[in-house]
Design a protein around this ligand. Structure first.
Ligand SMILES: [Zn+2]
Ligand SMILES: [Zn+2]
Length: 385
């Protein structure tokens, strides 16, 4: 601070020095602050970069996990798809199935079954002749008998005896019905009798819906395998195991044979008015689809529609119309009452075409030891009222 006796110039110098000092301090302070701010900015930038790097690395890891998961799932899907197609031709290698999917319809696996139904439309393009219609009826009759007389009463219930060639012959005819092989059919049917209309029964209309009991049940992975433990008396025959394993080949052979026969007849016996495609669509596709649905009415309708004579633990019924359609199998309440009998119509008025045919085969000695229905069984355990 200047005093009164100081020279003005001296005072100005002193003032200037103070200003310079203040400015210098200000500059130092400003530099310090700028340095501090720059450091903070640098630190923040470094942190941001570090954080961005960590995020990028995490995103990369997640993307890799997602890609790996997709690859594994795609491989699994492909594997299952390939196995489903392989199973069309060879049923020996059943794929491992997620337990949650055991009762879901396996669409790829059942494409041939869907195709069988869709192919029936072919009759609108081929037209019809009496000959093709008769072949369709004849194949229904022969194959229905093979299913009821052999797949059911012989393979499943052993209600009579026969020779090994006859066993194979009717196993072969039964296999042409597109109802899988004789071992698969018998194993599942024995399971039905053990659990009929109980929770373990795969095709009970009491436990499941009508459509599930009619056809949905065997379109699921739970029903695809053949339970060899249920049929120890049958698995010992390699020829039956072959029919069961390659169950598509007999139907394909029948279809091919009909197509070839139709073509030959068209050329050599044109008066019949048939052709290869016509005989194929009527004789194989239509006949097989009608035969299939008639057979499985015994799983669905014969447990809900008809009368109960015997007080069985299930809801099986006797039904005249189903008995006509299925050559005697409609006397289903009788059958559940005494499954071991070769006849299912227990009285003379209960029409049982399979039983009549079996009697004829026994007269000519092709089958024997037909198990009868004992009188006490016929009379016993009646439903009251
Ligand atoms: Zn039943
Ligand atoms: Zn049975």
């Amino acid at each position: 601070m200047s005093t009164a006796n100081e020279h003005p110039a001296t005072s100005s110098v002193l003032h200037a020095a103070q200003i310079e000092e203040a400015m210098s301090e200000t500059i130092v302070e400003a530099r310090r602050r700028v340095g501090q701010a720059a450091h903070q900015v640098e630190t923040a930038a470094m942190d941001a970069m570090e954080s961005a790097r960590a995020c990028a690395s995490e995103a990369k890891d997640r993307a890799q996990v997602a890609i790996d998961g997709t690859v594994i799932r795609t491989r699994g899907l492909w594997r299952r798809a390939v196995l489903a197609v392989v199973n069309w031709f060879d049923t020996a290698h059943q794929p491992a199935v997620d337990p949650a999917a055991l009762d879901r319809i396996a669409w790829l696996r059942i494409l041939p079954f869907i195709g069988l139904h869709v192919a029936c439309i072919g009759v609108f393009f081929t037209g019809v002749s009496w000959f093709a219609f008769l072949v369709a009826v004849l194949l229904y009759v022969i194959r229905m008998f093979a299913i009821t007389g052999f797949y059911h009463r012989y393979f499943s219930h052993k209600s009579f005896k026969t020779s090994r060639p006859m066993q194979f012959l009717f196993g072969l005819i039964g296999a042409s019905s597109v109802q899988r092989g004789p071992l698969w059919w018998a194993a599942h049917h024995r399971h039905h009798h053990r659990h009929s209309d109980q929770p373990g029964d795969l095709h009970s209309p009491v436990q499941h819906s009508f459509w599930r009991s009619h056809m949905g049940w065997f379109l699921t992975p739970r029903a695809f395998p053949t339970d060899a433990a249920a049929i120890p008396d049958l698995v010992k025959f390699p020829e039956l195991r072959f029919l069961d394993r390659f169950d598509i080949f007999v139907p394909v052979a029948l279809a091919t044979g009909l197509f070839v026969l139709g073509g030959l007849l068209e050329e050599h016996v044109p008066g019949l008015g048939t052709s290869g495609p016509q005989l194929l669509f009527w004789g194989f596709f239509v006949s097989t689809v009608v035969l299939f649905h008639a057979t499985v009415t015994i799983n669905s309708l014969a447990h809900v529609w008809g009368k109960r004579r015997y007080n069985t633990r299930d809801q099986s019924r006797n039904n005249f119309w189903l008995a006509l359609l299925t050559f005697g199998e409609g006397w289903h309440n009788n059958h559940h009452h005494f499954p071991g009998a070769a006849r299912q119509g227990f009285f003379w008025w209960e029409i049982d075409l399979t039983w009549y045919a079996l009697k004829i085969l026994s007269f000519v000695g092709l089958i024997w030891d037909l198990k009868p229905v004992p009188d006490r069984i016929r009379r016993g355990q009646r439903v009251r009222g």
